[in-house]
Design a binder for this molecule. Structure first.
Ligand code: GLA
Length: 391
């Protein structure tokens, strides 16, 4: 099975002009495009949430195991805030806290991020801060100095200021930060992403030192503003033994140098048939054995299991037949059985979205209808949710 990682992902630089839109949550390439704004009819006129709200709360059901989160943008609050508040008790900003959308210029626009944080506070939820360092969705200005490239010292200082500002601003509502996202390469011949052209961070620092720099800044900011906040490394394909080994070696090396790193997030962009429950179990066990916190940070179950990223052969669009729906339900059941079994080492479990009408998987790797979440396009609860509630 080819996982998503085998595709060299688009290097997305959010140039200032684009980022001005992205900062409202709309035009980031992997954003789920809002279909309603200020002029849209109220949610009640468009969707019937009765069934979703009549079910027991998913978060309440899991409360003795782990918090259950969702990645959201302000449009979720507008259109399904009632569902989010009922079924989830942890939030991640899907795009609004990434540096590109948040800071299209050196002056950041906190409107969207603050809106999500305010919703979290209103509903007594904590959040994941996502993310300080990523090779995608960063603003172009960050790596520029006049007409030339900024030095690593300049970028490090800018990153320091950004990390300190955000840690302070959201200290009351963020309980963990994704300090670095996706620094490790999928290429078996190298450890870090970026020997070629695929990490501007690596290129600017002349190597992986930026990872250490980011964690050191985050630890200093935490010490000053939020001593209990947890500092995570977050990545996809952590279930693959070779990639996980590279992550573990990176963590050990950082810790040997006295750098604080508390946990590793498994993004968990999985599919209907991959990974196996044994692979999931092994990943959680190995990370926990390193005395790392473990979180499931971006869970979704892609309906398409036959994509081949190496040859760019994509499975043709499917309808969610009753048979596939049963398979999806069974898959979510198996996944949650493992997560519940391992709940003593799992910090939280976060879905990457709420309903199938707004998921990045409708657009990646090609535009194609997808069905990866617990609520359908009409915001109706899927059998998978009911199955999890019955565990
Ligand atoms: C990565 C990032 C997320 C999101 C997804 C989907 O997993 O960490 O923020 O952008 O990709 O594109």
């Amino acid at each position: 099975m080819k996982a998503r990682s085998l595709l060299p992902r688009l290097l997305i630089v959010v140039v200032p002009a684009l980022a001005a839109c992205a900062s409202t949550g709309g035009s980031a390439p992997d954003a789920t495009t809002p279909t309603s704004g200020g002029t849209a009819p109220p949610a009640a006129a468009r969707w019937d949430h009765t069934a979703a709200l009549a079910l027991p709360s998913l978060a309440e059901k899991m409360k003795d195991r782990f918090p259950v989160g969702a990645a959201v943008e302000p449009h979720h609050i507008n259109d399904m805030g009632d569902i989010v508040a009922h079924h989830f008790n942890h939030l991640t900003a899907e795009n609004s806290m990434k540096m590109g959308p948040l800071c299209p210029s050196s002056t950041c626009n906190f409107d969207s991020a603050d809106r999500i944080a305010a919703f979290a506070r209103e509903h007594q939820m904590q959040m994941t801060g996502h993310t300080f360092v990523w090779h995608q969705m960063y603003p172009a200005w960050l790596f520029k100095d006049g007409a030339g490239k900024a030095s690593k010292e300049v970028v490090s200082q800018r990153l320091h200021d950004h990390i300190f500002a955000l840690t302070e601003r959201y200290a009351d509502v963020i309980d963990n930060w994704d300090v670095v996202n996706e620094a490790i390469s999928d290429n078996p011949e190298k450890t870090y992403r970026g020997d070629g052209d695929d990490s501007v961070w690596y290129a600017t620092f002349g190597g992986p030192e930026y990872v250490k720099t980011a964690f050191a800044h985050a630890a200093a900011a935490a010490e000053k503003f939020d001593p209990d906040v947890k500092l995570y490394y977050n990545d996809y394909n952590v279930v693959k033994a070779d990639k996980r080994q590279k992550i573990i070696e990176m963590v050990r090396a950082l810790r040997e140098q006295g750098v604080r790193i508390d946990g590793v997030g498994l993004q968990a962009h999985w599919n209907l048939r991959w990974p196996s429950v044994d692979e999931i179990r092994a990943a959680i066990d190995e990370l926990a054995a390193e005395k790392l916190l473990v979180k499931i940070s971006e869970l979704d179950v892609n309906l398409y299991w036959e994509d081949d990223h190496a040859t760019k052969k994509w499975q043709p669009e499917l309808e969610l037949t009753p048979e596939l729906e049963r398979e999806l339900t069974e898959r979510y059941t198996q996944i949650f059985q493992v997560l519940i079994e391992k709940s003593d080492v799992i910090d939280h479990v976060t879905f990457w979205g709420v309903s199938d009408d707004r998921t990045w998987l409708n657009g990646w790797p090609i535009p194609r209808k997808n069905y990866p979440l617990l609520f359908d396009r009409e915001h109706q609860p899927k059998p998978a949710l009911e199955a999890i509630l019955n565990l």
